[in-house]
Design a protein around this ligand. Structure first.
Ligand code: SAM
Length: 268
């Protein structure tokens, strides 16, 4: 027999793959039941069973149980504020060069999708300070983060307020902004963010990008500026039918990245 999957425990998130490949995200809770068109699956039949195994519904349908990937969870979780899509979080982590040990200032927290990606990327030695003006968004995000990670990872600090008021206290080396008017924060980064650090801002419309880039130019403190979109087109591969899917996510947001230099005159 091969290596066994790690058994599920009470309180974990679990993704059920039914016979049609349809996926259902549930949070395991002793004594609860999952109902779908092929019957009922008691959560107790999953708790203690190994990941990758099969459970059978009351209607006789086999369902495979897996822990969700972060991308699965983000697309299926009950979000409050709009989330940053996995295709975009991956690009932000790469192009803002977020790595183990980074000190990241993030705003807004929203539903916490990006926060989870950042927490993983910075690791145990790093820190993510995530700020949102709305306390209700933060409360919801904390719940979603805890549901995915099992607990709030100790490298995340949640703050309520305007991000502009927290740049100087945090002194980040990485800044990730997903909020409607990032230019207010960008204006205060020179002198407060570590030179050599990287910024990423995510914006849905062209006028917002124009205003952001104008503000960045006016500070004379940024270089290596780049604005791009990430297009992801998945394909159907079924027998001889090999072609792009009919549908795709057309537009989410533009990503703008840049590096911060020392303030002109600050090097003596
Ligand atoms: C689109 S959501 C962020 C989604 C998040 N990136 C995610 O992946 O779940 C935008 C958030 O920014 C917050 N926000 C707007 N202006 C802000 C500011 N000046 N400072 C901090 N948060 C702000 C809003 O309350 C909202 O929750």
């Amino acid at each position: 027999m091969g290596i066994e999957g790690i058994p599920f425990v009470d309180g974990e998130s679990c993704l059920l793959f039914d016979h049609r490949g349809k996926q259902h995200l549930i949070r395991l809770s002793q004594g609860s039941e999952f109902h779908f068109d092929r019957g009922v699956i008691p959560h107790d039949s999953i708790i203690g069973s190994p990941e990758g195994g099969t459970v059978t519904s009351s209607g006789g349908t086999d369902v495979v149980v897996l822990r969700p990937r972060l991308a699965d969870y983000v697309l299926k979780m009950k979000r409050g504020a709009a989330v940053m899509y996995p295709k975009d979080t991956g690009a932000v982590v790469t192009w803002a060069d977020i790595r183990p040990g980074s000190l990241v200032l993030e705003a807004g927290t929203g539903s916490g999708a990006m926060t989870l990606a950042l927490s993983r990327a910075v690791g145990e030695q790093g820190r993510v300070v995530t700020v949102d003006t709305r306390e209700d968004h933060q409360t919801h995000a904390k719940r979603l983060v805890e549901q995915f990670a099992g607990t709030i990872p100790p490298n995340i600090e949640f703050l309520t307020g305007d991000v502009v008021d927290h740049v100087a206290d945090v002194g980040p080396d990485r800044v990730v902004l997903d909020l409607p008017e990032p230019w207010h924060c960008v204006e205060v980064l020179p002198g407060a963010m570590r030179p050599g650090g990287a910024l990423a801002a995510y914006l849905p419309t062209v006028p917002q990008v124009e205003q952001l880039r104008r503000t960045m130019n006016d500070t004379h403190a940024f270089l290596a500026e780049d604005t791009f979109e990430v297009m992801m087109r998945s394909w159907k591969i079924a027998g001889r039918s090999v072609r792009p899917d009919h549908r795709m996510v057309g537009h989410t947001g533009f990503i703008t990245v840049a590096r911060l230099r020392s303030m002109p005159g600050a090097d003596g």
